[in-house]
Design a binder for this molecule. Sequence first.
Ligand code: AMP
Ligand code: ZN
Length: 493
Amino acid sequence: MQLYQNQQLKIYNSLSGEKEIFTPLHTGSVGMYVCGPTVYSNVHLGNCRTFISFDLVYRYLKHLGYKVRYVRNITDVGHIEDDADEGEDKIAKKARLEKLEPMEIVQQYSVDFHQILELFNNLPPSIEPTATGHIIEQIETIKEILDNGFGYVSKGSVYFDVEKFNKEYDYGKLSGRNLEDMMSNSRELAGQDEKRNPADFALWKRAEPEHIMRWPSPWGDGFPGWHLECTAMSTKYLGSRFDIHGGGMDLKFPHHECEIAQNEAATGQSPVNYWMHANMLTLNGKKMSKSTGNNILPREIFTGNNDKLSKAFSPSVARFFMLQAHYRSVLDFSDDAILASEKGYNKLMESLSTITEVKASSSSTLDIEIWKQNCYDAMNDDFNSPILIAQLFEGVRYINLLKDGKETLTAQDIDNLAKAMHAFVFDILGLKDEKGQDGSNDKLEGVINMLIEMRREARANKDFALSDQIRNRLTTLGIELKDTKEGTTFSIN
Ligand code: AMP
Ligand code: ZN
């Protein structure tokens, strides 16, 4: 099915600041690279939002009939705490604190990342390369940059010469920054004397004797700079020029700006046709972030184990909550907002499960083709999922009108409506019918509340054996009771 021939997809390109008609380099095929996680801690809901945003892009491109090669890396070395190349490697630091091997940290959090994304029903990428698995390619890229005169070696480290690069190319074209401003604003940091210019960034860092994650190179033992892995791996798997590069908005500078510079310095050409940036998930109006602790973990959502939550929510409800905002808008998480999403999600799922009850007529009073095109128009307009969802609720309204006999459809149109609803809800938005598999299960909640009530009565009658038995039996089943001043609450693990 090559639907893409009939649908004109537009993508907002961060490089031009405009929505552009999407034309892949090779007809029918798309190469897409998305920056993956740095695996030194559990992914938080904010990280998940970015990966869900690009899962939507991947799913829609596939739905349109494109053959998509989706590359998403795992950063397992080189991500330094500070953007100015100072401080410890995030993974090495965690390994030191936990007294573990860095690769144990990498394994633990890569597994967590995969499990969480699977729960969210994200499709796995076509290739998931790791930075440590591509040291040779990164060294080769550095050699090319040095050969072309855009880097220099300093005390066993290699830096990118931003000023020199900016004379021939435009450093700052993605983020809209200009080099003079960057230079005048940058602090002189200790150890920066290795750099000719504070705006320069590391391609290779010399490893101090105590540094565990180290590899031999023509410049001595060391490890690659963070920005380099994405240049080396995207070029290896997608070529020196490819269609889409994505990541969170916070990666625009310096990470993506540096990626462009490295590619241009190595190959002479700008690597990406469409740069896409997903906006941030916030909590209390501030960006969710690992380092500040202002975040919620997905498992806390699925179990309800967080003071900010009144109950548990299924992965599909959390996914639906995120897709109700456009990927380029900031979205603030709150219990009220996700409760509202759950109502909408339940309504959508109920409607889908009753679509078979609609009886066919000899004629149609609704134009399903127009409605379906409205759904495509929403997605074609830079993957506008909130508008698509509004159209899907229009579909729900149709289903209700049909069931009430207020409108009619032929058997063929009913089939058309049902298939389109399924395709948009399950294949494109990637939702699952998880009603009843989580805290939204009213019957289970009712039973637990009944047991809590019986336990309260047992305690009032000083029958502590019974009250303990209720608590323990529930714990064995993975249901945790928590006694608070306001009463007893529960969470399902
Ligand atoms: P990291 O592991 O920190 O490199 O982040 C992995 C991905 O999550 C990157 O694409 C980030 O831009 C993205 N990200 C980090 N914080 C948030 C947030 N609060 N909302 C959305 N995306 C985020
Ligand atoms: Zn990257």
